[in-house]
Design a protein around this ligand. Structure first.
Ligand code: SAM
Length: 344
């Protein structure tokens, strides 16, 4: 005899939640933009004092505070609000792990406009925007380089630590960071290895931002720059180590392989390529959503990019002259690191 287990009743709640998803982004963005988290961290805890501190209307502030509490960034008790541990750690601008800059990267004005045209991008199979991620010298990449610190700094430290056993005993360490953004990845390797000499490649307008980061890190005397298109500009070298962080998801597999071939040609025999990117693993989308959602962002603002799974890199790297990569996935992080040696 079989027993029929009672199934929970279906409700439309997941649909309503998804339809309100844009509100959650807007509520968080506005909390950051108005400095709500900073002012609460300073001790303001009720709508009146918070409204005064952020220069806003009290009723508008109360509604925003309740919404921030509804989505888990504040705890509300009898008209008083405190930061939840996540907000206290990541949303207060003075904290070392501050992630507010990510608002510009994942949820800024540019992305909102791009997502308004998602349907067109789906029909087209890629961006329909006149200005997009592949537009040479796009000013948005300057914003990116200025805003990514909170995410990049710990990730760069993680990459430098992964590379330590290989880099630390090398007499020379010539490092090229391609599409370097704020340069944090090469700078972290430089901080771990005094012998490292660094070359940073990006569009000229982005390198204007990067230069400031290099000076802050005190590495100006061992850093040089290559301005221009990574698919065309002479790469110099040969290098011991080439770093490419969050690069390949902008392009088709063919274009990635073309770039990888260029990079293999700029490495010394036995040299290494380090890759960081959002990569889907074997888990189904519902169990590993970040790379799948990130691919939608790539759909709206690149012509052919997406977050490739590790298996795609395992295809592209040998085709471009590298050995099979070692794969590192930091626990709890949506990105993976791959390290591959130049073959031959
Ligand atoms: C997503 S950001 C990654 C920046 C940095 N590597 C990081 O992980 O923080 C992509 C970078 O690629 C640069 N970029 C895009 N296309 C490029 C090209 N064809 N040549 C040189 N740089 C390019 C952009 O200017 C931007 O700095």
């Amino acid at each position: 005899m079989t027993t029929t287990e009672a199934q929970p009743a279906l409700t439309p709640e997941p649909i309503l939640q998804a339809l309100q998803g844009y509100q959650v982004s807007a509520i968080l963005n506005t909390g950051l933009e108005l400095g709500v988290f900073d002012r609460i961290a300073e001790g303001n805890d009720d709508p009146k004092s918070i409204a005064t501190a952020i220069g806003a209307d009290e009723r508008g502030t109360r509604i925003l505070l309740d919404a921030l509490a509804a989505v888990g960034f504040l705890s509300a008790d009898n008209g008083h609000y405190i930061l939840t541990p996540v907000a206290d750690t990541f949303l207060v601008s003075e904290r070392p792990a501050y992630l507010g800059g990510m608002m510009n990267i994942l949820g800024g004005e540019w992305q909102w406009e791009a997502f308004m045209r998602l349907g067109e991008a789906v029909r087209n199979g890629g961006t329909v925007l006149d200005e997009h991620a592949e537009t040479p010298g796009h000013t948005w990449w300057e914003t990116f380089a200025r805003s990514i610190g909170g995410m990049a700094t710990p990730a760069a430290e993680g990459l430098a630590a992964i590379l330590d056993p290989w880099t630390r005993d090398r007499e020379t360490l010539e490092v090229l960071d391609v599409a370097c953004g704020n340069g944090q990845y090469a700078l972290a390797v430089g901080a771990h290895n005094e012998q490292a000499r660094i070359t940073l490649l990006d569009w000229p307008n982005v390198l204007a931002v990067t230069r400031g980061e290099v000076e802050k890190a005190g590495m100006g005397d061992r850093t040089s720059y290559i301005e221009g298109n990574m698919f065309e500009v002479p790469l110099g070298g040969p290098y011991d180590l080439i770093i490419t962080s969050h690069v390949y998801h902008h392009f088709s597999e063919e274009r990635c392989t073309e770039l990888l071939e260029r990079l293999a040609g700029a490495l010394k025999p036995g040299g290494r390529l380090a890759i960081q990117d959002f990569m889907a693993g074997d888990a189904p989308p519902a169990e590993d959503p970040f790379p799948r959602l990130f691919s939608v962002l790539m759909l709206v603002w690149t012509r052919e990019g997406e977050a490739y799974p590790v298996s795609a890199y395992e295809r592209m790297l040998p085709a471009a002259g590298f050995g099979k990569p070692e794969v590192f996935r930091p626990p709890g992080a949506p990105m993976s690191f791959l390290v591959a040696e130049r073959a031959g």
